[in-house]
Design a protein around this ligand. Structure first.
Ligand code: HEC
Length: 171
């Protein structure tokens, strides 16, 4: 081998060495720049995973007798308002919210509240009958009175209070 070749190999090795060094430095820099993004992406991915899990979770679950079914307890989904309708508090409020739909204007044969003529004979039957008809429903000559005006969730006492209110307004 000539001296010329030796010199070439020496220089060549040094250049390769330097290039490898630069490559390593670049790698380290790239990693240090990329790390925060990588972490953010990982966090985002786990959010996406949770989202997918929530969107694809089964619609129903089955309780198995004799097993621990506590995980099936029904809880209000976070951030959602309770779905149950707020109960009216008084007879008057119940009338406004529920009964006035028919008894306000006298729709579908319903005796209009305040119409003494329409109520006189009904009131004559006595309160117990009116209560019973309001609570259980009633098919009369004029039309159909739905049990509790269609709001079976309302307590009996509130319906009675509402009948009292309607009667008072109609005598
Ligand atoms: C969907 C319409 C409708 C709603 C809502 C409704 N009613 Fe009636 N109600 C009627 C009709 C129709 C009659 C008359 C039936 C007949 O005499 O033929 C009636 C009759 C009555 C009577 C008289 C029963 C009798 O023996 O003469 C009472 C008391 C009464 N309703 C109470 C209520 C109360 C209290 C509510 C609310 C909780 C209510 N109603 C809501 C349609 C309705």
């Amino acid at each position: 081998m000539s001296k010329h070749d030796d010199h070439f190999f020496n220089t060549f090795s040094v250049v390769i060495g330097i290039l490898v060094g630069i490559a390593i430095v670049l790698l380290v820099i790239a990693r240090s720049i990329g790390n925060p993004f990588e972490a953010a992406r990982a966090a985002e991915d786990s959010g996406v995973e949770a989202q997918v899990a929530a969107n694809t979770k089964p619609v129903g679950q089955v309780a198995v007798a004799g097993r621990d079914n506590s995980a099936l307890a029904i809880t209000a989904a976070s951030g959602e308002a309770p779905t149950a309708l707020a109960l009216p508090k008084s007879g008057e409020e119940t009338f406004q919210q529920v009964c006035s739909a028919c008894h306000g204007a006298g729709v579908a044969g319903a005796p209009k509240v305040g119409d003494r003529g329409a109520w006189a004979a009904r009131i004559g039957q006595g309160k117990p009958t009116l209560y019973e008809h309001a609570l259980k429903g009633f098919q009369g000559k004029a039309g159909v009175m739905l049990a509790k005006g269609g709001r079976s969730d309302l307590p009996d006492d509130l319906i009675k209070e509402t009948v009292d209110y309607m009667v008072k307004k109609s005598q």
